[in-house]
Design a protein around this ligand. Structure first.
Ligand code: 5GP
Ligand code: ZN
Length: 136
């Protein structure tokens, strides 16, 4: 099955682009969660953030920052969320790595509310140790 974001990156599917260079393309999300909701993707296909190679990071994040600042200013937003869903469990639905730029407004009533886990110091310590000691 064809990857819709690869199709957009190669101009074989329509999109409302706001930035493009050899490595990166950015376009409006088809289902905007707030005015100016924008996606930024590497043109090369990486299934998710973990699959991206360090070689692309510098180009990707420098463009992501500039595009986010431009979106925020253009929309007169009060802030923005950067979201990158990785894996079906995390809500990823398009399996070509992308970052969402979601402009935020003081009165927008959007919520990303997650319940807070009740950790004691032992749980923090064991969790930190677990992650620190995990090799890739
Ligand atoms: P995810 O849930 O994978 O983090 O987000 C995928 C996003 O891609 C969704 O917000 C969805 O609206 C957007 N999307 C899916 N298909 C298309 C498309 O064909 N064009 C554009 N512009 N956005 C799309
Ligand atoms: Zn793709």
């Amino acid at each position: 099955m064809k990857c819709i974001f690869c199709e957009i990156a190669s101009s074989n599917a329509p999109s409302f682009n706001i930035y493009e260079d050899n490595e990166i393309i950015s376009f409006l999300d088809l289902n905007p969660r707030s005015p100016g909701h924008t996606l930024v993707i590497p043109k090369a296909h990486y299934e998710n953030f973990s699959e991206m190679t360090p070689a692309i990071f510098s180009a990707f994040f420098s463009r992501l920052q500039i595009i986010a600042m431009r979106v925020e200013k253009a929309l007169g937003a009060d802030g923005y969320n950067l979201i990158c869903n990785n894996g079906r469990a995390a809500g990823q639905t398009v399996f070509h790595c992308h970052f969402h730029i979601i402009p935020r407004f003081y009165d927008d009533n959007l919520r990303f509310k997650m319940p807070i886990l009740n950790y004691d110091n032992q749980k923090f310590k064991s969790t930190a140790e677990l992650i620190k000691n995990t090799e890739l």
